[in-house]
Design a protein around this ligand. Structure first.
Ligand SMILES: Nc1ncnc2c1ncn2[C@@H]1O[C@H](COP(=O)(O)OP(=O)(O)OP(=O)(O)O)[C@@H](O)[C@H]1O
Length: 548
């Protein structure tokens, strides 16, 4: 619970609710004292009509203010809940971005989506209902019990004894429900992740005839979710029953003892009636808390996972500006491990400004890992990547990436138009500049043949384009970015011989005056490079050669 209390805006909300609870306590006492006085005056005829009239007016006023305070409490709580949701979602997204693609790739997309969307939503119940409810439950019952103790010690003692017993029972049921709520959250995450994975892998599943099996697995996950949800609801009902039973029993106990003493003449009517009216008010905040209790359990389960993600350390978050002037990049004895797996071992290489390095090696040799280090998506386990003598880990990652254009092996296109996807390279580029970049990337011809030219929708992940067309759009992005360092990962692997020649010419133009790192498993690309370095099992093999 404590981490949830540290959420932005929760403490001020709790303080505001404590103030409201104190005022509400005064109003509750005033309201029921007036009711007791009026009833006493009407039935026992001990009050003058003028006094009764003013008591009615005062009662109406108190009732109005009390209702208004409930409204105020709901509005502040709803605002705080909306603020927390927005803030937490923003922080999660920002942190996921700074953790980089390597972290996201290691997680199931559906589970992360669930965390950001539904997880943040679950905090609403905690902030909007549970926090105000628990502050009211902490302030009102003790003050009312003390008042009753003063009015009628026996009834006060009954309340002071039964109230804590109910709270303890509630806590015990809550502890049981905690595990069920955690299981519910985990199952929901798994269900969402399975669904997203199924959608993504649908062609593969259909081709291999595994779609029905997958459907059955999804149904199984859905059934598991239904079962754990029922478990959570069962404990919620149980806590509701405990509360209602306890509250009714002790109110009845107060009523019986008060009734007997009233009958014996040991208690005046007005006082006895007031005690009877205050007993349900004593239990009302506890009952409300019981009803909102499972909202806090659900929020706690989601919160634990959120804090775990927020506590993940992001790679290289230095704040130094990128050195001015031509950039000289050096890898010094760099070793990179992914958990137990060593992808690179003692790799040293230098990229002087304006040079072209071709990194070759078999599949799994560690080529993409070099690109990841250069992009700051991963940090060396040992050794250092340096830019003009400054460690890359100390540089501001966003400022560093502004100096890089990256064309990955499988370029990602966002749902949107061709123009929007190219403009990702430089959002302030004009339409003419977009077309110019497309021409340079040899993409203009195929774009001109599309139904809506630059306004054609590319579909999810560029599904309406071929692999080669997607690559050309990614190249156009890189042209538009006009960065000093260019990283090309297997740039021509998806092309036929004719297209490869054209794209290679485009790459040649793109590389002019920049530092270029080209990754390929084919050494045949060596033409036009200053250095060729071969990686083998994560180590640098003897230099293959130098080309001027
Ligand atoms: N996120 C990861 N977690 C664990 N191991 C990884 C991860 N990414 C890569 N590896 C491992 O690190 C090694 C190097 O991977 P890398 O992607 O750098 O190779 P590559 O030379 O680019 O291969 P390819 O040419 O097939 O793309 C591989 O053995 C791979 O299994």
């Amino acid at each position: 619970m404590r981490p949830l209390m540290r959420l932005p805006g929760v403490r001020p909300l709790a303080l505001a609710c404590a103030g409201l609870a104190l005022v509400t306590c005064g109003l509750v006492l005033a309201q029921w004292s007036l009711v007791a006085r009026i009833v006493n005056g009407i039935f026992l005829g001990r009050q003058a009509p003028a006094v009764l009239t003013s008591a009615f007016v005062a009662l109406a006023l108190v009732w109005l203010v009390r209702s208004a305070l409930v409204g105020v409490r709901d509005v502040i709580a709803a605002r705080a809940a909306a603020h927390v949701k927005r803030e937490v979602r923003g922080r999660l997204l920002a942190h996921l971005l700074s953790l980089g693609p390597l972290y996201a790739a290691g997680q199931r997309a559906g589970e992360l989506t669930e965390l950001v969307v539904e997880g943040a939503e679950r905090l609403e119940g905690f902030v909007g209902r549970f926090v105000p409810g628990s502050v009211f439950a902490a302030v009102l019952p003790p003050l009312l019990a003390l008042t009753v103790l003063f009015l009628d010690p026996l009834s006060g003692l009954i309340l002071l004894f039964t109230g804590p017993v109910i709270v303890v029972l509630l806590w015990l049921v809550g502890t049981m429900a905690d595990q069920a709520a955690k299981a519910q959250w985990l199952t929901l995450g798994r269900l969402s992740a399975s669904f997203v994975d199924t959608l993504r892998g649908l062609p593969t599943l259909v081709v291999f005839g595994r779609d029905r099996e997958r459907l059955a697995a999804l149904r199984g996950a859905d059934e598991a979710y239904r079962r754990v949800t029922l478990g959570v609801l069962r404990t919620a009902f149980l806590s509701g029953f405990v509360l209602e039973f306890g509250a009714t029993l002790s109110t009845a106990l107060v009523a019986v003892t008060v009734g007997v003493r009233l009958f014996e003449g040991a208690l005046p009517f007005e006082r006895a009636f007031l005690v009877l009216l205050l007993a349900p008010e004593f239990f009302a905040p506890l009952r409300a808390l019981g009803a909102d209790h499972h909202a806090s359990l659900e929020a706690r389960a989601a919160g634990e996972r959120m804090f775990a993600v927020l506590n993940e350390e992001a790679p290289g978050q230095g704040g130094l500006p990128v050195p001015e002037g031509p950039l000289r990049i050096e890898f010094r004895d760099v070793t990179l491990q992914y958990g137990e797996r060593t992808a690179l071992r003692d790799v040293s290489l230098t990229l002087p400004p304006g040079s072209r390095l071709l990194l070759v090696g078999e599949s799994g040799a560690g080529k993409t890992s070099v690109a990841r280090l250069l992009l700051g998506f991963a940090v060396p386990t040992s050794g250092e990547v340096r830019v003009n003598g400054v460690s890359l880990a100390d540089l501001d990652p966003a400022a560093w990436r502004e100096r890089i254009a990256y064309v990955p092996e499988r370029p990602y296109l966002f749902p949107g138009t061709v123009r929007e996807n190219i403009r990702l390279g430089r959002p302030d580029a004009t339409d003419d500049e977009v077309v110019e970049a497309a021409r340079a990337a040899d993409a203009h011809t195929f774009i001109s043949g599309l139904a809506h030219r630059y306004d054609t929708e590319v579909g999810a992940e560029g599904a309406r384009l071929s692999g080669g067309e997607r690559l050309r759009l990614a190249l156009a992005r890189a042209f538009l970015r006009d960065a000093e360092v260019l990283i090309l990962d297997e740039p021509t692997s998806q092309l036929d011989a004719g297209s490869e020649e054209q794209v290679r010419a485009a790459l040649e133009r793109l590389g002019q005056g920049r530092t270029v790192l080209t990754i390929s498993h084919r050494a045949a690309l060596h033409r036009g490079h200053d250095q060729v370095i071969e990686l083998e099992g994560g180590r640098v093999r003897e230099p293959v050669g130098e080309w001027a």
